[in-house]
Design a protein around this ligand. Structure first.
Ligand code: PLP
Length: 401
């Protein structure tokens, strides 16, 4: 079936990559950028860069306005009401670290932090290290056979000692929506705080965090067709108020002398130093671009591509999918073939997919695997990309099998 992408031409890098003989199928690692974002960055740098929240001059006022406009656009993308609940960080990873340090004081020894077996290192290591620092217990929720966090097991493991639950919305390895509604309800019933890793989920359309009811939600701009170097931490007002300040420096301070200081509340109190100004403005342009599209058409295109990817993989002898991927990506291994050998042959043929542990070493280990190949899709991919991938895969399998 032919699945052309109506948005392909909006992403100049796709054609450039094709001229370099590359088929880009690694959008879960980072997405290519729309022309609208490139134009916004050029406009900002070509018309006068300026620092934000500090300068009284016109360039400073314009930069601050554009920066704060993005905060508003992010709050709308997440449907969280007030933009004062949006903190800009330098990426999802720095947002998780902010949380793990900013919340450290709420934990007592023997308190429990609950994560799941499929977490990306970014939503594992900050909590693991916090648990080690403070003598806390890290509880790991198991997965069902289809790669979902096991809600029944969670009902036994989330208990009165649970102080915080931190789970992914959409796995970067297994490609399935996780049962967040049930898990968050279980955590709330125990009075625990909730953190959602939205790094992969946020890419597939606007979110409704008011309906979801999490305390914190984290994502990176670069996977949402925005610039790298920018992350978002959403926190409910009350949740943000429990955070202790973490990084210290310019603009996050209210008053200081040489010996002590008072600090701003969120969001600015958690944006110490010069933030990634151009990146934040660029994220606003990417969100404008995404908002100009028909979300149903994007979802339909992505679903069609994903189905073709999944069916094509399952049709090949010896291919085993990891979990039961339902959108955006599929990870797989092939019986009797090392993923690094396969990755090498795909790379030689210009197929840009990801191979290895996907920053989820414990998950891969629990599946008994050293690594896997991951194909991930963006809205600019089309059925020709998949055809090139499958041709390359068949060639590689012929050589290796
Ligand atoms: N969480 C998930 C599910 C991810 O896929 C990633 C990145 O791959 C991250 C967190 C970390 O994002 P970043 O590296 O942009 O901080």
């Amino acid at each position: 079936m032919l699945l052309p992408s109506p948005w392909r031409a909006d992403f100049p890098a796709i054609a450039a990559l094709q001229r370099q003989g590359q088929t880009y199928l690694d959008s879960a690692a980072t997405a290519q950028k729309p022309q609208a974002l490139i134009d916004a960055l050029t406009h900002y740098y070509a018309n006068g860069a300026a620092n934000v929240h500090r300068a009284q001059h016109l360039p400073g006022a314009l930069a601050t306005q554009a920066f704060e406009d993005t905060r508003h656009k992010v709050s709308q993308w997440l449907n969280v009401g007030s933009s004062g609940q949006i903190v800009f960080t330098h990426g999802a990873t720095s947002a998780f670290n902010l949380l793990a340090y900013g919340l450290e004081h709420v934990f007592e020894p023997d308190d429990e932090i609950v994560i799941s077996a499929l977490e990306h290192h970014a939503n594992l290591l900050p909590w693991q290290q916090l648990a080690l620092r403070r003598g806390l217990k890290l509880v790991v929720l198991p997965l069902t056979e289809t790669g979902l966090i096991d809600v029944e097991a969670a009902a036994c493991l989330i208990g009165p000692r649970t102080r915080l639950l931190a789970v992914s919305q959409l796995s970067n390895v297994l490609g399935a929506w996780q049962p967040l509604t049930e898990l968050l309800a279980q955590a709330r019933a125990q009075g625990a705080m909730t953190v959602v890793d939205g790094a992969q989920g946020v890419v597939h359309g606007g979110q409704d965090l008011q309906a979801l009811g999490c305390d914190f939600y984290v994502f990176s701009s670069h996977k949402l067709y925005g610039p790298d170097g920018v992350g978002v931490l959403y926190g409910r007002h009350q949740a943000l108020a429990t955070l202790r300040h973490w990084q210290f420096g310019g603009e996050m301070v209210l008053q200081t002398n040489y010996y002590e200081a008072t600090f701003r509340p969120a969001p600015l109190g958690f944006e110490a130093g010069t933030p990634p100004i151009a990146g934040v403005i660029g994220l606003g342009a990417s969100l404008d671009y995404l908002n100009s599209l028909d979300p149903l058409a994007v979802a339909k295109h992505e679903a069609g591509l994903h189905q073709a990817l999944r069916e094509g993989l399952l049709a090949r002898e010896g291919v085993q999918l990891l979990g039961s991927p339902e959108l955006a990506l599929a990870s797989f291994v092939v019986d009797g073939i090392h993923n690094a050998d396969l990755a090498h042959l795909l790379t030689e043929q210009g197929i840009a997919v990801r191979a290895g542990h996907h920053c989820a070493i414990p998950l891969l280990k629990s599946l008994g695997l050293a690594g896997a190949i991951r194909v991930s899709l963006g809205m600019y991919n089309d059925s020709d990309d998949l055809e090139r991938f499958f041709n390359a895969l068949d060639q590689a399998l012929e050589l290796l099998q």
